[in-house]
Design a protein around this ligand. Structure first.
Ligand SMILES: NC(=O)C1=CN([C@@H]2O[C@H](COP(=O)(O)OP(=O)(O)OC[C@H]3O[C@@H](n4cnc5c(N)ncnc54)[C@H](O)[C@@H]3O)[C@@H](O)[C@H]2O)[C@@H](O)CC1
Ligand SMILES: [K+]
Length: 472
């Protein structure tokens, strides 16, 4: 099963791998034509009703494979209102090749007639809201006919994710859906066939630009990130807090011992440093920190530079047991995660050593061990983003691999920037999508800076916005 949003990410990834949308449309149209040939005999009448998006585009492709039939193609709107280049090109090809196609300006003009087969290609996953005109009237005409109705991807009007069927939706006899089943088709009482359209497996397995679009925050998301780190170290929490701002967080707070408050505040005026008295994170600080984080609905990053003093780990344990919001757990705080029951939504970001330290698999090659990481994430009950030459992200059911990045990323601090990016992406987001997008952004930022060596984690900070917003 695949949601419409994920389908969009996967076909964006396919494009980045060199398999164009137009190639996918050709495969979709061909699959639709195969289904028509199963339902109609040579010379039978076949009517295509096409919308103005790519769903319609699929049927405009299918028309080219239906020469054996008494075909008519109806476009619901003027050709210039077709919303995508590839659908427009397929319409133009039909006109240039003298296919029997007409444009229907007003739904009253739509003559569906009484064909053997109707191809319903008005709307697919791009629908929003109930059917509007002329699709609504066209749907009524289609439903009133005796034809066998074959719907492209989704019966027009049905929501591919929720399965909601508005009363004016097309009721199909058959649905040819592409690449994978759709949650919203599972309960339809008609035959649903999944057609392979040649999307490479890598487009789902490996993180690409589609994952970034899927997992990065909506422009209007108000995200406050609260980094709880520092103690012996100051660079790590500062990098995480700054990376969060560079990835779209509106505010980035940094809770740290007052002994390093000036050092951290000195890094940049963009961070809001909240110092506490103890020398290092300890249990008497935790309640106050949880109250702050909960009150402001923060995404918390727990771990960068915390150190491993027993009282610090005890405090991290308490924080995990009592906080219930979204959290990125990194570095020194990771070792306590397997010991605690928590209501919080965690994304754990261990490197190879920390993964083993958490009771996870001991792996030299994370990519080769992806299945072990998936099993570990299932056991742990949280998203695990195991960082290495390849990053393996899994929530125990879905696993994606990011091979983005450069050898130079072994320099200290790139895990801290990743933690900050992940936090900025996490608000109101599927944690797996957020983590996969963050791994991609961190790696792409390094690739853009790659001079063969000498990368500094702090260099990534300026580059991240270029990746998240500049490469769209
Ligand atoms: N994502 C993919 O990998 C692929 C998608 N393909 C096709 O592309 C389709 C999605 O195409 P699009 O994103 O262009 O969207 P659609 O073609 O599903 O619909 C978009 C069009 O319908 C209009 N519309 C939206 N809501 C409406 C409503 N309630 N009443 C009336 N009109 C409405 C929009 O203005 C737009 O013109 C899929 O369903 C599938 O058929 C295929 O080409 C294969 C590859
Ligand atoms: K359709």
């Amino acid at each position: 099963m695949i949601t419409a949003a994920r389908m969009g990410a996967v076909d964006r990834n396919a494009e980045a791998l060199g398999v164009s949308q137009k190639q996918l449309m050709e495969s979709s149209g061909n699959a639709v034509a195969r289904a028509v040939r199963e339902e109609a005999s040579e010379g039978d009448t076949v009517t295509v009703v096409a919308g103005r998006g790519n769903n319609g585009g699929d049927a405009l492709v299918a028309a080219r494979f239906l020469d054996a039939f008494d075909l008519s193609v109806h476009l619901l709107g003027k050709p210039e209102t077709i919303t995508t280049e590839i659908a427009r090109e397929n319409w133009a090809a039909l006109e240039a090749a003298n296919y029997p196609c007409e444009t229907v300006a007003d739904s009253a003009d739509l003559e569906v007639g009484d064909p053997e087969v109707i191809v319903d290609a008005m709307l697919g996953t791009g629908i929003s809201g109930d059917l509007r005109e002329p699709e609504a009237t066209a749907a009524r005409e289609i439903n009133a006919s005796d034809a066998t109705v074959i719907s492209v991807d989704v019966p027009s009007g049905v929501d591919a994710d929720s399965g909601e069927v508005p009363e004016n939706a097309v009721s199909a006899d058959r649905v040819i859906t592409f690449h994978d089943g759709k949650p919203g088709l599972a309960d339809l009482d008609c035959e649903v066939r999944v057609a392979d359209i040649g999307i490479p497996g890598a487009a789902e397995r490996y993180v690409g630009p589609g994952d970034l679009e899927l997992g990065s925050p909506a422009p209007d998301a108000e995200t406050r990130v609260f980094v709880i780190g520092g103690g012996p170290y100051t660079g790590a929490p500062a990098l995480s807090a700054q990376a969060a701002l560079r990835s779209g967080a509106d505010l980035s707070f940094l809770a740290c011992p007052e002994s390093i408050e000036d050092v951290l505040a000195g890094y940049t005026e963009d961070l809001i440093v909240q110092a506490y008295e103890s020398e290092r994170l300890s249990t008497e600080e935790v309640d106050g920190l949880i109250e702050t984080a909960t009150k402001h609905d923060d995404v918390v990053v727990l771990g960068p530079g915390l150190g491993t003093a027993e009282e610090t780990l005890e405090a991290a344990r308490t924080f995990l047991e009592e906080f219930e919001g979204p959290m990125v757990v990194d570095a020194d705080a990771l070792s306590v995660v397997p010991e605690v029951e928590t209501e919080a939504t965690l994304i754990c970001t261990p490197n190879r050593k920390e993964l083993a330290g958490m009771g996870g698999p001991e792996l030299d090659d994370l990519e080769a061990g992806a299945d072990d990481i998936e099993r570990f994430a299932a056991e742990l009950g949280h998203v695990v983003m195991a960082k290495g030459e390849a990053d393996v992200v899994s929530d125990g059911e879905r696993t994606r691999i990011s091979t983005r990045g450069t050898p130079g990323m072994t320099v200290g601090g790139t895990g801290d920037t990743l933690a900050g990016i992940t936090a900025a992406f996490m608000k109101d987001n599927d944690p797996l999508n957020a983590a996969a997008a963050a791994a991609y952004a961190n790696g792409r930022a390094a690739e853009r800076l790659d001079r063969g060596g000498g990368l500094l984690a702090s260099d990534l900070l300026d580059e991240v916005p270029e990746v998240v917003w500049g490469e769209r």
